[in-house]
Structures are given as structure tokens and as C-alpha cells.
Design a protein around this ligand. Structure first.
Ligand code: PEP
Ligand code: MN
Length: 349
């Protein structure tokens, strides 16, 4: 249920209402919107007499949240959530540009790519140190060593770090190095992992599952938020369909749907969404035009020899060109690129 308080309700009255709801066994989450306190009361409210609650002093209205995801819904919070990752306010007018290799492979690779993506104007560096691979014989990632390299390379170029955490026990370790914890598509419904990232203090990049509906995806976001972490960035990365030409089918419908249903920011991963290097730029442009809050893109200095996802990794020059195109598209739809390219910002290196 959503309990809307009267504008101007004093703080003691508002917190008294919240604690009375808590005493009925409900979890209570508060947002302040437009000068109005909104209390999301979640749980089994069978024993609560909502008609009585409606008459409590300070209560203006009690409304049912019709969708199964409550805290992630626009009913609970009408205004957009804005999440800071490095220098970028994701979910604001600024577009978040995250780029880097699929996997961290070594020092030279990660420093070369960090320089290239920073120069092009990305503000967040991606790179996997723990890799979810279909085959147990494929490269599994460098683990903590990879995270250390990624952090150093990102710091050298003024970038924030996003990296995947696959195991709930590794959340504190990954959170030590990364600014943004990525939950991969294969783990979208790994509920113990969602619980642990929900207890973390770093923003969570929640990828859509390989065959997940938008509602299931938002329910996973709900898990994270309900454990205390409201900083969830959704990431559309393509879903399984009957089409086999591309690796996945990038569901750009999801952008306006999520924007309508939820206040959470949504970014797009056209690399995994297409699986084909030359398809990444057109789909990236389309995603931004459709209202995505940013992109996460795989870039590699030597994609032909990449240890994972080389076929979908852009060359640095391609990424640079894409960024130039996005600088034209963004203002046409009232958005801006987070930062000017590093070279023009004059970063000390
Ligand atoms: C990745 O980002 O490299 C990755 C494995 O992504 P996804 O979980 O979307 O497949
Ligand atoms: Mn990848």
C-alpha cells in the first residue's frame, strides 16, 4: 500500500505514522516527492484495517500499488531516481557512457583501453574479472588481480569502475575495487546474490536475464531495493528470441516500458544485445534516441585476440566515432554527454 501524507505534516507525525505501520508488521519505505511524504508499506497487510489508517491524522490517501514490484514502481516514487557513478549522474539529463573490455586480460590491455575510452569521453570503465562463461574451458577471468588492474587503469584516466560480481560471498571484495556492482544476465534471479548487493553501499547495475520479462526484471530490482539498496541501474542487454542472426534480440521497447513503470534509470548494452561489432553503433544510437540513460559498450584494442567477446568488441576508433555521433543525437532529445573528451578536459596523466 502507498500511504500519502498531507502536505505540511510535521516530522513527528510522519514518523509516528511510519512506526505504527511498522508495528503492524509491514516494512515501510519513505520517499519525499513534491513536498509530500509517501510511505510505501510492503508486506502482508492482512491484519491492517486500511479504512482506519485513512482516518489517521496526517494521512491524506491510502492507495494500492497495483503492480507486484512496489519500491521500483512509479506509483511509489513518481520522480526519476538519479544515481551517481563517478562523475556521472545516471538518470539525469546526462548520458552515462561506460566502456571497456569484456574481460580484464592484463596490464597493457587494460591501460591501453582505459586511455582510449577516456579520451573518447566515457566516464565509467567496464571490465570483467569474474566471468560467467558458457564453457568451463573458456577464460574465467583474472579474479582479484583483474580488479586491481582495472582500478589502477581507471584511476589513471579519471574513470569510475563497473565490474561483475557472480558470487554473493564476493560482494565485499568486488565492492572494494568497483564503484558499480554488475549483476550479469545469468544471475538476474540469483536471489542470494541480489540480497547481498542489496546490502552493499555501491550502486548495482542489474542486467536483464536472457529470457526474462520486464516484470521479472523489475521484481529482481525490487529484491535489491527491499534489502536496502535503492541505487539500481537497469541494463537491457538483449533477450533470447527465435532470431539467430544476432546473438540476442536487443529489446529497445524495454526502454519506454521501464520508463513508464519505474523511476529507475535504464541503460543499454548493444554489445551483448547484437554480438556483432558493426551492429553495435547503430543500436547504440537507437537506444539513446529511444530514451536510454546511457550505454555500456565493449571496446578492445585487439579484438581479434580478445579472450572473450572479441567479435562484438569495438575498435577504439569505432567507439570514438560513435561518441561523436552521440554528441549530435543527445542535444536533439534534451540530453548531454556527461563529459567532454579527456584530451579536451586536460586530465593530468
Ligand atoms: C558482460 O558484461 O561481459 C556479460 C557477461 O554480460 P551479460 O551478463 O549481459 O551476458
Ligand atoms: Mn562480454
Amino acid at each position: 500500500m502507498l500511504v500519502l501524507l498531507k502536505r505540511g505534516t510535521s516530522e513527528p507525525v510522519a514518523s509516528d505514522i511510519a512506526s505504527r505501520l511498522r508495528m503492524s508488521g509491514l516494512a515501510v519505505y519513505r520517499t519525499d516527492h513534491d513536498g509530500q511524504v509517501r510511505l510505501g508499506a510492503v508486506g502482508d497487510g492482512a491484519s491492517v484495517d486500511w479504512d482506519t489508517v485513512r482516518r489517521w491524522p496526517g494521512v491524506e490517501e491510502v492507495r494500492k500499488i497495483a503492480v507486484p514490484f512496489k519500491l521500483a514502481s512509479r506509483t511509489f516514487q513518481p520522480h526519476d531516481t538519479v544515481i551517481s557513478v563517478g562523475r556521472c549522474a545516471i538518470g539525469s539529463a546526462q548520458l552515462a557512457l561506460m566502456a571497456g573490455p569484456c574481460s580484464v586480460e592484463g596490464e597493457e590491455q587494460v591501460f591501453t583501453i582505459a586511455e582510449a575510452v577516456a579520451r573518447a569521453g566515457a566516464t565509467v570503465m567496464r571490465g570483467g574479472a569474474y566471468k560467467p562463461r558458457t564453457s568451463p574451458y573458456s577464460f574465467q577471468g583474472l579474479g582479484e588481480e583483474g580488479l586491481k588492474l582495472l582500478r589502477r587503469a581507471a584511476d589513471a584516466h579519471g574513470l569510475a569502475v563497473v565490474s561483475e560480481v557472480m558470487d554473493s560471498q564476493l560482494v565485499p571484495l568486488v565492492a572494494r575495487y568497483a564503484d558499480n556492482l554488475q549483476v550479469g544476465a545469468r544471475n538476474m534471479q540469483n536471489f542470494s546474490l541480489l540480497r547481498e548487493v542489496g546490502r552493499a553501499t555501491k550502486p548495482v547495475l542489474l542486467k536483464r536475464g536472457l529470457a526474462a520479462t520486464i516484470e521479472e526484471w523489475l521484481m529482481s530490482a525490487e529484491h535489491v531495493i527491499s534489502h536496502g539498496n535503492a541505487q539500481v541501474i537497469l541494463c537491457e542487454r538483449g533477450i533470447r528470441t527465435f532470431e539467430t542472426y544476432t546473438r540476442n534480440t536487443l529489446d529497445l521497447n524495454a526502454i519506454p516500458v521501464v520508463k513508464e513503470l519505474s523511476h529507475l534509470p535504464v541503460i543499454v548494452d548493444p554489445s551483448h544485445g547484437t554480438g556483432i561489432r558493426d551492429m553495435v553503433a547503430p543500436m547504440a544510437r537507437a537506444a539513446i534516441a529511444a530514451g536510454a540513460d546511457g550505454l555500456i559498450i565493449e571496446v578492445h584494442n585487439d579484438p581479434d585476440h580478445a579472450l572473450s567477446d572479441g567479435a562484438q568488441s569495438m575498435f577504439p576508433a569505432q567507439f570514438d566515432r560513435l561518441m561523436a555521433e552521440l554528441r549530435i543525437i543527445a542535444p536533439a532529445i534534451g540530453r548531454s554527454i556527461c563529459l567532454e573528451p579527456v584530451a579536451r578536459r586536460g586530465w593530468a596523466r
